[in-house]
Design a protein around this ligand. Structure first.
Ligand code: SF4
Length: 537
């Protein structure tokens, strides 16, 4: 039965009084105003000059999170005061909409990592590049450098329209439905940093893609525009709303409309406006668009969108095709429509460095036309390549694998306890060790498998949609000691028959047991599989 929508703080129903401290903070001071304070007050004044409401709230609108103070073990965070958890350093997310970067832009990001970020960097599964160890004093210079090459950190985090996912091969993929690059660019140029969408109930994740492999995972975005051909053969988009993971996962649902490419921006603005005005603001745990869509259903959502925001009815449209392969990452050698090649490669569970990114930028200039893309699977792609072998060889020297093992290719890890204040366990190193062990123990394993390692229930690395999903938690070892470990979720998948991985009652493994556990279930599959059976099916 639908929950009542009254009393959830929806602006459209007249609830303008903030119902929690986050809502009050946004109402009292538009988070976009914090940029000026960082430049004028906090950067000159240093960490101790920062107002806590800005530090732990509004900073996010510019991609800044305080980093976790070193040495605080998992499971202890709830017992600490916020300031005990804060390092005096920041994680900084650089917005790369559609995963699109030029070599010049990547060089600038890489330079910031080496000069201001202790040479660490992560390629995230939202196609951002995330830097660490950033000091507030450096931010004006960092923004100056980023903006000089057309990059930004605006609304990279916060209750705002986050980075827009797009196919890394948009415009060159030989069998794409359509090239969504212009649509991504148009939404960014018109609406990112616009105060009319800077106070949303929660974050808002978008995907706009014409990729035939569905590489941007439209099923788990707040709004997704998915390339389709209508019955007249015209290319446009099918619109999905209300997807999201975290602690209460929902798959997005189709509105059943057909949207022409020139309508994407206004339909996107309509959907985000519905969220802003009707989204639930009472409890942050219940504020994502998925809860509104679940309560309303798609019929009502579409009616409100059309009548109150667009002012016209959209035509019905067809379902998109779902890819046959569960691998949606463009890793390997992909032939472009112009005869050149897009070379996708796997870093180590998303972890790179400024030094490596500088070299990737050089390789993109040497072997291509200086175009680099990030993927929604923590991978990178260099476009426009002719000498595939030469580039593959040079990437391998950097431990960037064009033909990675199925384990390395299929493993993702979130930020984890190294930097994330919400983390319960370490993830990046464990994921790297895990795929390394599995490569050694199961060299014969030849079928795609996804293993997603997460440091807490927030599911930044999507444990519910992996074949083997790990959710960080404290568990008891054989000596009954509380140690880092994982709750196991098995059998998650996206695509034509999407399902969330099932949590097996009591199935928890200690971090040390990860390789043994994975080996056991992967060997079980090898021993019992029938002809043509993939691990997922
Ligand atoms: Fe941090 Fe949890 Fe997200 Fe991992 S899943 S990055 S630990 S919030």
């Amino acid at each position: 039965m639908a929950r009542t929508t009254r009393g959830q703080g929806q602006w459209a129903l007249g609830y303008r009084e903030p119902l929690n401290p986050n809502e009050r903070s946004k109402r009292d001071n538009d988070p976009l105003t914090v940029r000026e304070r960082i430049e004028k007050i906090y950067a000159p004044g240093g960490f101790d000059s920062i107002d806590p409401a800005d530090l732990r709230g509004r900073f996010r609108w510019y991609g800044l999170y305080t980093q976790r103070a070193a040495g605080i073990p998992g499971g202890k965070t709830a017992l600490l005061e916020p300031e005990e958890l804060d390092a005096r350093y920041f994680m900084l997310r650089v917005r790369t909409d559609g995963g699109s970067m030029t070599s010049e832009q990547l060089r600038v990001i890489a330079g910031i990592s080496t000069e201001f970020g202790r040479d660490t960097a992560d390629v995230t599964d939202r196609q951002n590049v995330q830097l660490h160890w950033i000091e507030i004093e450096s931010m004006p210079e960092i923004w100056r450098r980023l903006e000089a090459v057309g990059l930004s950190t605006t609304e990279a985090c916060g209750d705002s329209p986050r980075v827009i996912l797009g196919c890394p091969l948009a415009g060159v993929l030989h069998d794409e439905v359509l090239d969504a690059s212009d649509a991504v660019r148009d939404v960014v140029e018109r609406y990112i940093g616009d105060p009319q969408f800077s106070n949303l109930p929660r974050k808002f994740k978008t995907s706009i893609s014409g990729c035939s492999e569905q590489c941007t995972n439209h099923e788990i975005n707040d709004v997704a525009f998915v390339g389709v051909h209508n019955e007249d053969g015209e290319a446009g988009y099918d619109v999905w709303v209300g997807g999201g993971l975290s602690t209460n996962p929902h798959f997005a649902q189709r509105l059943g409309t057909f949207v022409r490419p020139d309508q994407v921006t206004e339909v996107w603005a309509g959907v985000i406006s519905v969220f802003r005005d009707y989204g639930y603001r009472r409890s942050r745990n219940h504020a994502r668009l998925k809860f509104l869509v679940a309560d309303w259903g798609t019929e009502k959502f579409r009616e409100v969108l059309e009548k109150e925001y667009l002012g016209y009815a959209l035509p019905d449209g067809p379902l998109p095709d779902m890819p046959a392969s569960p691998q949606r990452d463009h890793v390997g050698v992909n032939k472009q429509s112009d005869g050149r090649y897009a070379i996708g490669f796997a870093p180590s569970a998303g972890r790179v460095s400024g030094t490596i990114l500088t070299k990737v930028a050089e390789l993109a200039d040497t072997y291509g036309k200086g175009r680099i893309r990030s993927t929604a699977q923590q991978k990178l792609v260099i476009l426009d390549v002719t000498d595939v072998d030469g580039l593959t060889r040079e990437l391998a020297e950097l431990d960037l694998q064009v033909k990675p093992s199925v384990f390395r290719r299929g493993t993702m890890a979130c930020t984890g306890i190294e930097f994330c204040k919400l983390a319960i366990v370490e993830t990046k190193q464990r994921a790297q060790q895990l795929y390394g062990e599995l490569e050694r123990r199961l060299p014969e394993f030849d079928t795609p498998v996804t293993i997603n390692v997460n440091g807490c229930p927030n599911s930044c690395a999507r444990f519910q949609t992996a074949d083997i999903g790990f959710k960080g938690s404290m568990v008891r070892n054989e000596r009954n000691e509380s140690v880092e470990g994982f709750q196991v979720h098995l059998g998650g998948q996206l695509g034509a028959d999407p399902q969330f991985g099932r949590k097996f009652r009591g199935l928890k493994v200690t971090a040390d047991e990860l390789p043994d556990y994975c080996e056991r279930i992967l060997r079980g599959y090898l021993d019992r599989r029938e002809d043509g059976e993939t691990f997922a099916k």
